[in-house]
Design a binder for this molecule. Structure first.
Ligand SMILES: Nc1nc2c(ncn2[C@@H]2O[C@H](COP(=O)(O)OP(=O)(O)OP(=O)(O)O)[C@@H](O)[C@H]2O)c(=O)[nH]1
Ligand SMILES: [Mg+2]
Length: 216
């Protein structure tokens, strides 16, 4: 079975840095595919990418990194069939909704041997309040659908800043676990424990909630 973790977060929040930490510290022995997704945004060489569907950009220490453009669900199927990884890490675009990515994964769950494992959102502790106001449509959705929120740059935040940040996150999503420890002071294994402790029941509830909202 392939576990799928989604690591969302606004532009520059620290998603890639966080993923690298987790790969180095926790997922080393696993066969990992990292998917960076642009969700249908077609850039300059979009035509080329679109034809290919999947572009493999990097392969190191057992990790296959690829970008998907176009039909995300279809491409996700292809990645699973082709690589049969132990784990897929998805880094969605910073200006995408976490609920959209979640929905695609839930669709794939119906006919592939995969499990939606973690819904993680990385939030810049120094910028959260401003970004929440300015980019609420994406920013808030990313928090609302997360089971675990990981603050980045918390080592540079004042205690007041941190407290406010956690409060604002909890106002949007009272159930999410919020990790405020600076990344140099916490082991990847500890983070994974928190993520996997928010068990699949909660992921299922979020999925149902989303389905209801869709139906309205
Ligand atoms: N020291 C420190 N640096 C961080 C932290 N989070 C992010 N950074 C730095 O912030 C910059 C952006 O981080 P990325 O990991 O590329 O962010 P991202 O969310 O993947 O960015 P996009 O994919 O462009 O949206 C990098 O230079 C990181 O080194 C943190 O918690 N501590
Ligand atoms: Mg990134």
């Amino acid at each position: 079975m392939t576990k799928i973790d989604i690591i969302s977060g606004f532009l520059g929040a620290g998603k890639t840095t966080f993923i690298k930490k987790m790969i180095e510290e926790v997922f080393k022995g696993e066969k990992i595919v990292l998917i960076e997704n642009e969700f249908g945004e077609v850039g300059i060489d979009g035509g080329f990418l679109k034809d290919a569907g999947i572009e493999i950009t990097e392969m190191n220490s057992g990790c296959i990194c690829c970008s998907l453009v176009g039909d995300f669900g279809k491409n996700l199927h292809e990645v699973i069939e082709k690589f049969h990884p132990d784990r897929i890490l998805i880094e969605p675009s910073g200006v995408g909704k976490l609920s959209d990515v979640m929905k695609s994964v839930i669709d794939v769950e119906k006919d592939e041997d995969v499990k939606l494992n973690g819904l993680i959102t990385v939030v810049n502790a120094l910028k959260a309040s401003k970004q929440m106001k300015a980019f609420g449509e994406f920013f808030n959705n990313q928090i609302e659908y997360a089971t675990t929120v990981v603050l980045s740059r918390s080592q540079k935040a004042t205690p007041e800043q941190l407290e406010l940040c956690v409060k604002q996150i909890q106002a949007l999503n009272p159930k999410a676990a919020v990790i405020t420890t600076p990344w140099d002071e916490i082991k990847g294994e500890q983070i994974l424990k928190v993520v996997e402790g928010r068990d699949s029941l909660e992921v299922k509830l979020l999925a149902e909630q989303h389905a209801k909202e869709e139906a309205l």
